[in-house]
Design a protein around this ligand. Sequence first.
Ligand code: G1P
Length: 297
Amino acid sequence: MTASIRKAVFPAAGLGTRFLPATKAQPKEMLVLVDKPVIQYGVEEAVQSGVPNIVIVTGRGKNAIEDHFDVAVELESYLEQRGKNALLDEIRKITQPINVAYVRQGEPLGLGHAVLVTKTLIGDEPFAVILGDDVIDANPPALRQMIDVYERVQGPVLAVERVAPEDVSSYGIVAVDESVDLGRRVHRVKDLVEKPARADAPSNLAIIGRYILTPDIFAALEATARDGGGEIQLTNGLRRLLRERPLYVYEIDGVRHDTGNKLGFLKAIVYFALRRPDLAEPFRRYLESLEMGVRPR
Ligand code: G1P
C-alpha cells in the first residue's frame, strides 16, 4: 500500500486584491473569522486529519503568517507570569502540534506553479493541498474524509461540490464517469476544465479547495503550458495526468464557506460565531433584532 499523507501544502502567495484596503499591509490569510485567522482553520483541519507537516507557499508581504505559526516567547512568558493559562494554552496549541516549512513562490504564476515550487520539500510521496479560502466545517474533518478515500482508491482525489450553473466559471469543473461505481460521494474523473463558460461546462461539479495529489503531478505540471493569463493551472496539470492514471473526486460531507469573497467571508463569520458557546446566544439575539427591523445596538 502506498504511504499515507504526511504533508499538507497551503498556497498563500496571492495578493488578496479582493479585500483591499484590508490586505494592503496584511496577508489575506490573516483576516480573522471570529478570533482566528482564516489560514489557522485550514492548519487545524490538517492537524486533526493526522497531517502535522505544513508547507506554506508564501511571497512578499506575508511575514505575519510566519510570525503567527512561530513560538511567541515574550507573549508566552507574559501570559504565564499573569496566570492567564487558558490564553496560554490557546497560543501554544497553534505552534506545538505542527512542523512548518515555507517556500517562496517568487512570481505569481498560478496555483499549479504554487504546487510546483513545493517539489523539493514534498519529495516522492503523496501529499495534500489545502486552499485556505475554503473553510470547511465537517466531522470528520474534510481532509480526513479525503485521506480515507485516497487510501481506498490509491490515486489522486479532488474535493468537489455541486454549484449553481451561473457559478461554474469560477471553478475547475469535472465530468465524471457515472458507469464506475465507487460508492457514495466518490466518482472517477472523465475530464476536467478550468473555469469554463457556463455553456461549455461539462457538469456543475466544481473542484473546491482540497486535493490529495501523488508526486507524479510535478512532472505533469512541468509539462503543462501556461494559460492565456500566463499562469500554470493545477486543473490543467491534472488534465495532463489523467492521460496516465485515473483521478477521483469526492463530494465532502460538510459545510463549505468560500471566504475568498466578501459575502462568503461575512457568512463564515456569522456561521462560526453562532457555533461558539460564549457568543452564540447574544449574537443570535443581535441578529434577530436586525431581522425585526429593530435598530441595532
Ligand atoms: C482555484 C482553482 C480552481 C478551483 C478553485 C477552488 O481557483 O484554480 O480549479 O475550483 O481554486 O476554490 P481560484 O479560486 O484560486 O481562482
